[in-house]
Design a protein around this ligand. Structure first.
Ligand code: MGD
Ligand code: MGD
Ligand code: SF4
Ligand code: MO
Length: 687
């Protein structure tokens, strides 16, 4: 008998917590205190009753035998992962005593490290932010994913705002740009397929021939980091052929002439040479874009993880303004929709910046945590980092230049607390591990960066073992620290009531989700959120956007390129979400082992065959994995699908052993996909 059909089963409304633009509505089936099934809500339009393979395994993840279920203290060396069980009292007392002692010298020596393990407003930055504000800890610059593109959108449109997801189904032309939608934006892909069936033409702009590229009509496999050159050539072609919507440009674009000036020296041939694609393909793309309406661009963050990522996003974001694509609900561009939700969130109420009481602690950029942890302190940097409190993130696996990150986390004089669900590479380096609940065990509320709905997540089951929500952990820690402000007593229900503005909470909880009231075609008549109300070319302090080549490429670093001739990109594997799910057996079985895709033309001269263990290396480190000789990689580019747990890799490393801590032009973001390497057969493994 199907256990879930038993009368004792009940269903609970949830929201997918992951850092994914789709923010699906969940229906969790619970029986006997266990979550037995997690499904997509059929009545939530973006979800449409469908989840990705990963989250359909969320019950398996939640009831995983490796869940951390009680607090622990380290008994082995840092990184070894040997721990002894302790009580919550001992754990919290230990943490509070250490943080107090450090804060007595300088609270800025304490650094919180968190990202989007959950995107929930409550379990993300609510009680945690209050705690660190009150303490006066360093502030974390949360740059690891989207800040280059985010600042570019802010400069161009005045915020992270764009097309509404649902209208892509009605577009006649869709440019899927720097996005492997089938893997990382599945519910957009469903709409793109609808458009395709209705006759739309789909272009994919991606150095890798992804499964998404396979299913588009045309694929432009440009070199990583050359999107700015491509965008300039498109502007050039649009102007040369008179495919500009002069009326829209005159009324709603500030600085068109400067953009035209910038694009003048960029005929298709020049961009073709830079991008490594045929000039005719660029001309065809320009013709399609200049002559088809409504034309939509699904830009995604994959193309901004390079030196010039911010400039490239600014250039691409101007394209729909030039052809008047914004006149249509089904035209324009979507990179992030999170700005639409901003007025409906009360982040200040949740995070209480006033607890800083005028103090302005230094900021630490999460993307250069390796260098930060190894800094001896002093000068402009400020105090040495003495304590790190990690939650909702796995920096040892996901931050660039692992050798330095690991060396930093291995410092014996660093006190590290990790709030986690699983024994990650980062948890292995903790002094104290605190067990956290999963999404099925706690209350939360979510906005989205891919659609414009708000979702409730009701707890479906009781916390497993002694696990606690992040909110509760920081609440109890605050009490131990002697923080007596009333806001530290707010329970999660109270936090929920503070989280939103202008949304009927009872209606949200009754239905599971609510749509934000927004216009269909937001910029049909201009109205960008910039001071002038126009889309901006020449942004204050930034100038006119331009093509900025990679830090690591033949043009800018010829000597480096001679030694390390292959450009490595490391986008996520389809069945992992960043480093989450790597430990879920059924998903890891699909992904197999860490792989490096390499084109036959690059494999042959190196004597590399599919299945060979290879050494991928540069001056920063060496990572061993298995080669797959495939035309999914273009010549000159290798693809290391991420983000594996180091300890589950072949040699205890992952792709971030190779990536650098250099930052982007805007947003101080990492340049994961701007990374030169060389590859060789691993003779030790071959022997
Ligand atoms: N299955 C799955 N889904 C995910 C994630 C995951 O790990 N797994 N991660 C989530 C998160 S945190 C994020 S930020 C998003 C990430 O999803 P996206 O924003 O789509 O970004 P990436 O997956 O980094 O890269 C997307 C595509 O960009 C390509 N690319 C790499 N370099 C360049 C370039 O220079 N130019 C162009 N045009 N393309 C380039 C890559 O080959 C890849 O196919 O997805 C979210 N969804
Ligand atoms: N080489 C390379 N590196 C990359 C990328 C890439 O494309 N290539 N992508 C980058 C990007 S876009 C991003 S966003 C980052 C992502 O990096 P992270 O934000 O660190 O994401 P995850 O690896 O998914 O780790 C999230 C962790 O949070 C934990 N977690 C989830 N929910 C909770 C909770 O409620 N409480 C607590 N305490 N913990 C919880 C999970 O168990 C998981 O271990 O990685 C970046 N690193
Ligand atoms: S990871 Fe994305 S596609 Fe998968 S369930 Fe969550 S929101 Fe939906
Ligand atoms: Mo991300």
């Amino acid at each position: 008998m199907d256990a879930t059909a038993s009368p004792a089963a009940r269903t609970v409304r949830g929201a997918c917590p992951h850092d994914c633009p789709d923010t699906c509505a969940l229906v969790v089936t619970v029986q006997g205190g266990r979550a037995v099934r997690v499904q997509g809500a059929a009545d939530h339009p973006p979800t449409g009753g469908v989840l990705c393979t990963k989250v359909s395994r969320y019950a398996e993840r939640t009831h995983h035998p490796d869940r951390l279920l009680h607090p622990m203290k380290r008994v082995g060396r840092k990184g070894e992962g040997r721990f002894a069980r302790i009580s919550w009292d001992e754990a919290l007392d230990t943490v509070a005593a250490r943080l107090k002692a450090i804060a007595a010298r300088d609270a800025q020596a304490v650094v919180p490290y968190s990202y989007a393990g959950t995107m929930g407003l409550l379990q993300g930055e609510s009680m945690a932010a209050r705690f660190f504000h009150r303490l006066g800890a360093s502030r974390l610059e949360r740059t690891i994913c989207a800040s280059a593109g985010g600042e570019a959108l802010a400069a161009t449109y005045g915020g992270k705002i764009g097309m509404h997801l649902r209208f892509f189904a009605q577009s006649k032309l869709i440019l899927i740009w720097g996005s492997h939608s089938i893997a990382s934006n599945l519910h957009f892909w469903t709409l793109a397929q609808q458009a395709k069936r209705a006759g739309a033409k789909l272009w994919c702009i991606d150095p890798r021939r992804t499964e998404t590229a396979d299913k588009c009509h045309r694929h432009l496999a440009l070199r990583p980091g050359t999107d700015g050159a491509l965008a300039l050539a498109l502007v050039h072609e649009l102007i040369a052929h008179g495919w500009i919507d002069r009326d829209y440009v005159d009324r709603h674009v500030d600085g068109f002439d400067k953009l035209a000036e910038r694009a003048r020296p960029w005929p298709a041939e020049r961009a073709a040479a830079v991008c490594g694609v045929p000039a005719d393909d660029i001309r065809e793309l320009a013709r399609d874009y200049g002559t088809t309406q409504p034309a939509a661009i699904r830009l995604n963050y994959g193309m901004q993880r390079v030196a010039g990522g911010g400039n490239a996003v600014r250039l691409v974001a101007l394209l729909p303004c030039l052809v008047g694509a914004w006149r249509h609900a089904a035209g324009g561009l979507l990179l992030s929709s999170s700005g639409w939700a901003a007025p409906f969130r009360d982040d200040a109420a949740l995070q209480r910046p006033e607890l800083l009481t005028g103090r302005r602690p230094r900021t630490v950029n999460m993307s250069t945590i390796g260098d930060a942890l190894l800094h001896p302190g002093g000068g402009a940097f400020g105090p040495r980092i003495d304590a790190l409190v990690v939650y909702n993130s796995n920096p040892v696996a996901v931050a660039p230049e692992s050798r330095k990150v690991v060396a930093g986390f291995a410092r014996e004089d660093l006190f590290t607390v990790v709030l986690e669900q699983f024994p990650t590479d980062t948890a292995d380096h903790a002094d104290i591990v605190l067990p956290a609940t999963t999404q099925l065990e706690h209350l939360d509320v979510h906005t989205s960066y891919g659609h414009t709905d708000v979702l409730i997540n009701e707890p479906a089951i009781a916390p497993l073992g002694e696990a606690k929500p992040n909110t509760q952990i920081f609440r109890e820690l605050a009490a131990r620290m002697g923080f007596t402000e009333p806001c530290f007593a707010d329970d999660d229900e109270a936090l929920l009531r503070q989280a939103l503005k202008g949304i009927d909470l009872d209606a949200l909880r009754a239905r599971g989700w609510a749509s934000l009231p927004l216009p269909d075609a937001p910029f049909a008549d201009g109205g960008f959120r910039t001071p002038s109300g126009k889309a901006v070319v020449d942004a204050p302090g930034l100038g006119v956007p331009d093509f900025v080549p990679n830090h690591e490429c033949v043009q800018t670093a010829p000597a480096l390129a001679a030694r390390y001739p292959l450009a490595m990109i490391s986008p996520p594997a389809r069945h992992f979400l960043n480093s989450t799910f790597v430990n879920v057996a059924s998903l890891r079985a699909i992904e197999g082992e860490p792989l490096l895709e390499i084109h036959p033309d690059d494999a042959a001269p190196r004597g590399i065959a599919s299945g060979a263990v290879v050494r991928v290396f540069n001056d920063r480190g060496t990572h061993r994995c298995r080669a797959e000789v495939t035309t999914r990689a273009r010549p000159g580019v290798v693809v290391g699908l991420g983000i594996w747990w180091r300890k589950l890799g072949l040699d205890g490393t992952n792709v971030n052993e190779l990536t650098s801590q250099r930052l982007t032009d805007l947003g101080r973001a990492p340049t994961f996909y701007d990374c030169l390497v060389e590859v060789a057969v691993d003779t030790a493994a071959a022997a």
